[in-house]
Design a protein around this ligand. Structure first.
Ligand SMILES: NC(=O)C1=CN([C@@H]2O[C@H](COP(=O)(O)OP(=O)(O)OC[C@H]3O[C@@H](n4cnc5c(N)ncnc54)[C@H](OP(=O)(O)O)[C@@H]3O)[C@@H](O)[C@H]2O)C=CC1
Ligand SMILES: O=C1O[C@H](COP(=O)(O)O)[C@@H](O)[C@H](O)[C@H]1O
Length: 584
């Protein structure tokens, strides 16, 4: 993809000043990005903690590479790089970062974005010079915004260490501007305030669109024309949904691209920022024991499961227009599938990974009605408590047939995965909240211990489970001899429970993704051709089921979902692993 260099730009979004990330190799034989590396030198070696650590692609974006344990000095910089001013995605003492949360009064901003920004600040990941702006129509003063934010902030890692002080420091960097989403004049006022805080330093600006999708384009137009950075970079994080189908998604992309280049658009899918999803590639590509098994030769089926133990609860207005297939499957589960099934990328660079993901998506067969079953939760009472039906939600139209549950069978028509069912299951108001990836392996051919398993050989196959949430874990179900005389086998787990192994805690997905957007790391964001390929798989199915007004199978709130999901799995010779009764 073309990288633009336009340091003399006028005020427009389409000028993301960005050095092409050439790579250099230094003595340790590791590969570093030059622009970031130079920025590190110019920032000083003893700067903040985020300068020591790595962004999500495993490259040390800001790291100071040590040689023989010694800190890097000016002498280690190639001569041609010494004079280059720092203008990359990271910080230098001469640059500032302004993060504007558009829709700051909303649910996502309060619940996720401000807390994630605070967590980054608390852990010293944010640059030295930064300011956070809230923008929305609601009238609020800076103080009122701070008050609103402070109610949701928590100290994730160490509740006692200076948390109060850190909160005060963070809140002092938060400001608010009230304005309409389609008013260029109001964005020009925002620009003025941003400039005041930037104080003449090189301005980098990140806009987070935490607003309903029907106003994305207005905001991008106004911000682009009146509030983009004149000399630094400007980036925009766009929240889902990215359209309702291929056509509307294409229109949205075309409209955004009137004002932004593709490399300024960060389409967020927060599941890509979850720790276990991040770890999927590490597990597969850095352990000899997994990659050789990663194909139709050894894997019988793959299951991607999402369940929530609550209903739409207030979000019915949004949800009813989308349904569970668009809300969870077309994005979160499909992204996991693509990461799971892609071929080995050339490198960990964003474009190499996204190229492989697109290839997988384009190798898949678009879904048909017979590949899917849909459900909707109904009200019921249990233990003296009553649970509402989906259609009891006052924000849901009466008689709605929008699915709150779906199960689907997908296939990848390539040499690696031919014939392997990838089953997805997603539902609201189920018995538990859980997201997991389950890999069921084939039988051991000619198993010497066959007779110890009785008639059900399926019970004896290995299963690898990546529990994305809650209580992150990776475990492998194996057959094992029960200690003692005689020969009795049982199913046991080789178990990596994160809370036992890594007690420090796990960052929220939004922390990782915000940091990546600040660093200009696009690996975990969705490229427009990925999005097109994802919609191409689901659009025909969605159209047909809406035209035919397919009635969802009802399931009780708090149950395990409609029985149709079992028939769908059985049709492909699969049993859902989460219902085996052997869950850890
Ligand atoms: N909430 C969540 O858990 C998730 C949300 N998302 C996505 O993130 C985005 C923001 O979500 P969320 O915070 O829940 O949304 P909200 O409905 O809370 O909207 C955010 C803000 O946008 C403004 N707004 C709301 N409706 C309209 C409207 N019709 N016209 C103009 N402005 C409006 C309001 O601010 P004001 O009136 O002050 O201008 C509101 O505070 C959406 O795209 C959503 O789909 C994605 C994943 C999860
Ligand atoms: O994108 C969405 O995700 C949430 C679930 O996110 P999680 O991180 O809490 O698992 C879901 O509730 C919502 O409907 C959907 O829009």
């Amino acid at each position: 993809m073309a990288t633009r260099i336009n340091p003399c730009s006028s005020s427009s979004f389409k000028h993301d000043v960005h050095i092409p990330t050439r790579r250099i190799t230094i003595a340790s034989s590791r590969t570093y990005r030059t622009s970031k590396w130079v920025s590190q030198i110019s920032s000083g070696i003893h700067a903040k903690r985020h300068l020591e650590l790595k962004s999500s692609n495993g490259y040390p974006l800001n790291a100071v590479p040590l040689q023989d344990g010694n800190p890097l000095t000016e002498d280690h910089i190639a001569p041609q790089l010494k004079e280059r001013p720092f203008i990359s995605g990271s910080e230098s003492p001469e640059s500032t970062l302004s993060i504007t949360v558009v829709g700051a009064s909303g649910d996502l901003a309060k619940k996720k974005i401000f807390p994630a920004l605070f967590a980054l600040f608390y852990e010293d990941w944010l640059p030295e010079n930064f300011a956070v702006f809230g923008y929305a129509r609601t009238k609020m003063t800076d103080e009122e915004l701070r008050d609103m934010i402070s109610k949701t902030l928590t100290c994730r890692i160490d509740k006692s260490a200076n948390c109060g002080d850190k909160m005060d420091q963070f809140l002092k960097r938060c400001f608010y501007h009230s304005g309409q989403y389609s008013s260029e004049e109001h964005f020009a006022e925002l620009d003025k305030k941003l400039k005041e805080k930037e104080g003449g330093k090189l301005p980098n600006r990140l806009f987070y669109l935490s607003i309903p999708p029907n106003i994305f384009v207005d905001v991008v137009r106004c911000a682009s024309l009146r509030a983009s950075s004149a000399s630094g970079w400007t980036r925009v994080i766009v929240e889902k949904p990215f359209g309702r189908d291929s056509q509307s998604s294409g229109e949205l992309t075309r409209s955004l691209k009137k004002y932004l280049n593709e490399d300024q658009i960060f389409r967020i899918d927060h599941y890509l920022g979850k720790e276990l999803v991040e770890n999927l590639s590490v597990l597969r590509f850095s352990n000899l024991v997994f990659e050789p098994l990663w194909s139709r030769n050894y894997i019988r089926n793959v299951q991607l499961i999402f369940s929530e133990d609550f209903g739409t609860e207030g979000r019915g207005g949004y949800f009813d227009n989308y349904g569970i297939i668009r809300d969870i499957m077309q994005n979160h589960l499909l992204q996991i599938l693509a990461l799971f099934a892609m071929e080995t990328p050339v490198s960990l660079d964003a474009e190499d990974i996204r190229n492989e993901k697109v290839k997988v998506l384009r190798s898949m067969r678009p879904l048909q009605l017979e590949d899917v079953i849909v459900g909707q939760y109904k009200g019921h009472s249990k233990g003296g408590q009553s649970y509402p039906a989906y259609t009891d939600d006052p924000t849901v139209p009466k008689g709605s047939i929008t699915p709150t549950f779906a199960a689907a069978a997908l296939f990848i028509n390539n040499a690696r995965w031919d014939g392997v069912p990838f089953l997805m299951k997603a539902g609201k108001a189920l018995h538990t909240r859980r997201a997991e990836i389950r890999v069921q392996f084939r039988h051991v051919p000619g198993n010497l211990y066959k007779r110890n398993f009785g008639t059900d050989l399926d019970k004896a196959t290995n299963e690898l489970v990546l529990r994305v949430q809650p209580d992150e874990a990776i475990y492998l179900k194996i057959n094992n001899k029960v200690p003692g005389l005689g020969m009795k086998l049982d199913r046991s787990d080789l178990n990596l429970l994160y809370r036992a192994r890594y007690p420090r805690g796990i960052p929220d997905a939004y922390e990782r993704l915000l940091l990546d957007a600040i660093e200009g790391e696009r690996r975990l964001f969705i490229r427009s051709d990925e999005l097109d390929a994802a919609w191409a798989l689901f659009t025909p199915l969605l159209k047909e089921s809406e035209e035919k007004k397919i009635i969802p199978e009802l399931y009780p709130y708090g149950s395990r979902g409609p029985v149709g999901a079992h028939y769908l799995a059985a049709k492909h010779n699969v049993r859902w692993g989460d219902l085996s009764g052997e869950e850890l």
